[in-house]
Design a protein around this ligand. Structure first.
Ligand SMILES: Cc1cc2nc3c(=O)[nH]c(=O)nc-3n(C[C@H](O)[C@H](O)[C@H](O)COP(=O)(O)OP(=O)(O)OC[C@H]3O[C@@H](n4cnc5c(N)ncnc54)[C@H](O)[C@@H]3O)c2cc1C
Length: 475
């Protein structure tokens, strides 16, 4: 009997999975595969791999979890390190493949993978089925054409939510007939993807459990178990601890959680527990994710250009020293450095932190923002091409400036966050843990603070906020 090949991409789950449902419905033997494309792991001119160790390990853990789910149903996922079209070509003849199904993507590198796979399928007479599955609202339900996706998130959201609704969840198929796969489930070693010893030996702390099971457990924890969702509106701008926000983004990024699952669970929560501004706000944020996806669809590679989608003309520099200070948490501004240290250590950073550090790099240092986006791409467990490059684009070229000293006063008055990442700053009185540069070297030594970097510049526009922090103003 012939086989349908299910090429898994950012859809590493069984629940609400239209591609899997389609594969099962054909009655053909199903062969799930995951392909590690070496291009995704290439070393960038900036000197680090596009995908870093945090993301690589998180992906391996996610696949391990997916394999368990397949095994429970009698199946298995085949993994290979190969450009997708070459692997697909080989599998077509080995498994008598007559159909392939995969989740479509919209960014150019992913589209190039698809074109190459489609070409191979055409040559071999294999039918190709492309499924949409990455957003809350289905691409076919949008009330706009691609070239008319609204420029503002508000117009996008209001028009969209008036016109349509997210679709219902798709059930996991009861029965799947599996292709017999001789190769045992195996995951690649870092060296197979070009990681060097120095990349592997970083002090990676994975704090976020990976995979579909963990995703569904986290959703349940944040909603029905602890009811943290009820206060989300008021906690979402914090940076310290796990529960100030949902922490669902890493699951959404790899597709181990469906955005529709979040939507339907929040609706159930509203019916059974509480409906308030927080429940509304969480969905609002998931719609932001849709907005970035579809905005990218409209503007294509403009999202990656220096002037952004609006072709903004602004002066940028390529000062490697400034960039390295920023990457290595050595700007001398604790509020920026603490967030950058968290990113490098855990692969995660709060939204508040992302807004601040991106604005700092692009607006204060005026370093080419795409270097910052590439550093985020390397590290972020929740890296999503549309959300990352779209948010950077906005921070660098569209919205207002964010003052890090004012933000540290507003969001970390007691200095708990910066002192968590730099405990030595705890001995500075009041709110001045945010202002170590206001002390002389000898004063810092008296507080047992050694080697905390001095900022390259203290901008005059920060004066008012620095005054508030120095005085310890409550308002
Ligand atoms: C410069 C910059 C880069 C970013 N890069 C990414 C990225 O690569 N991947 C990513 O998922 N998010 C990115 N974000 C958006 C946001 O910071 C994260 O989605 C959020 O911090 C994830 O934490 P959470 O799941 O607890 O979010 P919550 O506050 O609990 O929000 C729930 C969900 O809504 C979505 N969401 C929330 N805020 C945004 C936003 N501003 N843009 C798009 N979606 C949003 C996410 O899917 C998130 O999981 C970026 C933001 C900035 C400013």
């Amino acid at each position: 009997m012939s086989t349908i090949l299910y090429w898994h991409r950012n859809d590493l789950r069984l629940h609400d999975n239209e591609a899997l449902a389609y594969a099962a419905s054909t009655g053909l033997k199903v062969l799930p595969v995951y392909l590690f494309d070496p291009v995704d792991y290439r070393r960038l001119d900036l000197g680090f791999p596009k995908i870093g160790m945090h993301r690589f390990r998180y992906l391996l853990d996610t696949l391990t979890d997916l394999q368990k789910s397949y095994e429970q149903r009698g199946g298995s996922i085949l993994t290979k390190v190969s450009p997708p079209h070459l692997a697909v070509e080989q599998l077509i003849s080995e498994y008598n493949v007559t159909q392939i199904v995969y989740q479509r993507e919209l960014a150019s590198e992913e589209l190039a993978q698809e074109s190459a796979v489609d070409e191979v399928c055409r040559e071999h007479g294999v039918e190709v089925h492309k499924i949409w599955g990455r957003t809350l609202y289905h691409i076919d339900d949008l009330p706009f054409q691609q070239e008319k996706i609204p420029l503002t998130s508000k117009t996008f959201r209001v028009t969209l939510t008036k016109a349509t609704q997210p679709r219902e969840l798709i059930a996991i198929p009861d029965h799947i007939s599996w292709a017999e796969c001789e190769e045992k489930f195996a995951l690649p070693e870092p060296a197979e993807l070009g990681f060097l010893g120095a990349d592997v030996n970083t002090s990676v702390q994975i704090r976020y459990e990976a995979g579909e099971r963990a995703a569904l457990a986290r959703l349940d924890y944040y909603t029905f178990q602890t009811e943290q969702l009820t206060s989300y509106r008021w906690t979402r701008n914090r940076s310290l601890t796990m529960d100030y926000s949902s922490k669902l983004s890493p699951y959404l990024a790899l597709g181990s959680l469906s955005p529709r699952m979040i939507y339907h669970e929040v609706k159930r929560y509203e019916a059974e527990i509480k409906r308030n501004i927080s429940t509304w706000w969480l969905i609002f944020e998931v719609v932001w994710r849709d907005y970035f996806t579809f905005r990218h669809w409209r503007f294509g590679d403009k999202v990656f250009r220096l002037g952004g989608i609006k072709d903004r003309d602004r002066e940028w520099n390529h000062d490697r020293q400034l960039y390295d200070r920023w990457c290595n948490n050595e700007t001398g501004i604790p509020w920026v450095d603490a967030h950058m240290k968290e990113l490098a250590t855990t692969g995660f950073m709060s939204n508040r932190g992302r807004v601040n550090v991106s604005s700092f790099l692009a607006r204060d240092y005026q370093v080419d923002w795409r270097w910052g986006a590439a550093w985020f791409e390397h590290h972020l467990l929740d890296y999503d091409v549309h959300s990352n490059w779209g948010n950077w684009n906005i921070q660098a070229t569209e919205i207002y400036y964010t003052n890090p000293t004012h933000q540290s006063w507003k969001y970390d008055r007691k200095g708990e966050y910066v002192c968590y990442w730099f405990p030595e700053l705890r001995s500075l009185p009041g709110m001045t843990c945010h202002l170590p540069w206001t002390y002389s070297d000898s004063e810092l030594r008296e507080h047992d603070i050694h080697n905390y970097r001095r900022p390259v510049e203290i901008y005059s526009k920060w004066s008012r906020a620095i005054g508030k922090l120095t005085r310890g103003d409550a308002k």
